[in-house]
Design a protein around this ligand. Sequence first.
Ligand code: SF4
Ligand code: SF3
Length: 549
Amino acid sequence: MSMFCYQCQETSKGTGCTLRGVCGKTENVANLQDLLIFVLKGISIYAVQARELGIIRQDIDKFIMEGLFATITNANFDKDRFVEMVREGLKLREELKQEIVKAGGVIPAQLHDSATWTADSVEVFEQKAAQVGVLATENEDIRSLRELLTYGLKGMAAYAEHAFTLGYNDPSIFGFIVKGLAAVTNDNLSVDELVGLVLEAGKYGVDVMALLDKANTSTYGSPEVTKVNIGVRHNPGILVSGHDLKDLEEILIQTEGTGIDIYTHGEMLPAHYYPAFKKYAHFAGNYGNAWWKQDKEFDSFNGPILLTTNCLVPPKDSYKDRLFTTSVVGYEGVKHISAREEGQAKDFSAIIELAKKCPAPTEIETGEIVGGFAHDQIFAVADKIVDAVKSGAIKHFFVMAGCDGRMKSREYYADFAQAIPQDTVILTAGCAKYKYNKLNLGDIGGIPRVIDAGQCNDSYSLAVTALKLKEIFGLDDVNELPISYNIAWYEQKAVIVLLALLYLGVKNIHLGPTLPGFLSANVANVLVKNFGIAGITNVEDDLKIFLGE
Ligand code: SF4
Ligand code: SF3
């Protein structure tokens, strides 16, 4: 069985992983992920029809959302989990079909294969899986647009899942997810219609990030400017990675008074900025850096580690038995913490018991980093920022949100951060920040030169800030602001962030370290022509472009 996947920035040779993922995904898992997406498309065809009849099954929306999320890069490597989800998906699809019939709906005679195919054995799943992947669409441009839309939907689903976990749900977002998934099975759609859907995804990208922002801030308060310790204490610890704040909250509650400290890793760092978490005396700090360094950092942490979402790297034996996954994350042979029972917290006791027997983390860094500049905090100092811009103390802003990754070429972002003029400021969000958030780039009249809004979804906060500045300066167009966008991408959440920025009218975004392998030449041209999207070259030349020199 061979595979084809080109959904992330590290795809082999920039064109596609065909034998095994650079991320470590096996061909078997890659194909079963394709099969799951195929099944989700089939369910969506019915879900679109069901919605027209007023039937919305929230359990099915949730299943689609979790299925999409599970196929995001570095989320789930567990073959059995995908087999289970394919079986469950086929069952739900039939239930929905029956409901449509019961409500008087007529099932069309001609339907896409994904709406009718069925099987039960793993062998047949595997045979089918090898036929329904990305390359099943022959036309390169249609394939490119279908995948661009699908990856946007994956990112959207991930953010919708976080909001959903906190009790926030917008049915119109689910409506668009099923509309989009059904659309990519429709051979009658033209290139223009698909481009239209991709742009529409940007609208829902803004909506889902706004929803998650509301969910996070209503539940945990508005992020505050915070100094986060990056050293260690002397107690045993639990390291929490990924993006899920609810998991972190429950671990903090369940470890209170146990003598165990809780540390964040990677994208969980911004949790420190939320007022609700500050009250926990055992919330000790952030350990380590971006996701791709986990093979070393999990080793030296010495205690249990919980992966709440992506990015999981195939674990080394030295810490595999200390690793736990939960929610959509999974890896064969790694212990999994089950989902919440209705109205109850997850049971993290296995992690807590293990932590008690582990030595304290080995110190790998000392000091503090500062973050928490989400929109409210920036608005609170808006006068100061506006004055600094008017007086010329701040001449330019660089939005450098997005992802980090293991490619050497990403050193560009560290070099770029150091090369920008002293009277310029970086606005960041996502794990991209680890390339420059420990460089001590100083401040301008008390305004830090690296302003960290939070996780990748908090790129929304940066967009809100830009729109607010546009209003304050009385400009007609957000692109008239002295802001340049030099975005680093890796996985599919960055795709929805990008589409959201395009929807908000942001132009001339530079995307690196390489442009997506899934953009065909023609689709890339559409983005260049309409939005001025460009790649990166080298720090010196790019700086000249950004600063108009
Ligand atoms: Fe390759 Fe990225 Fe797909 Fe993994 S997610 S198989 S690295 S393209
Ligand atoms: Fe990072 Fe995986 Fe994208 Fe949330 S943790 S930004 S890469």
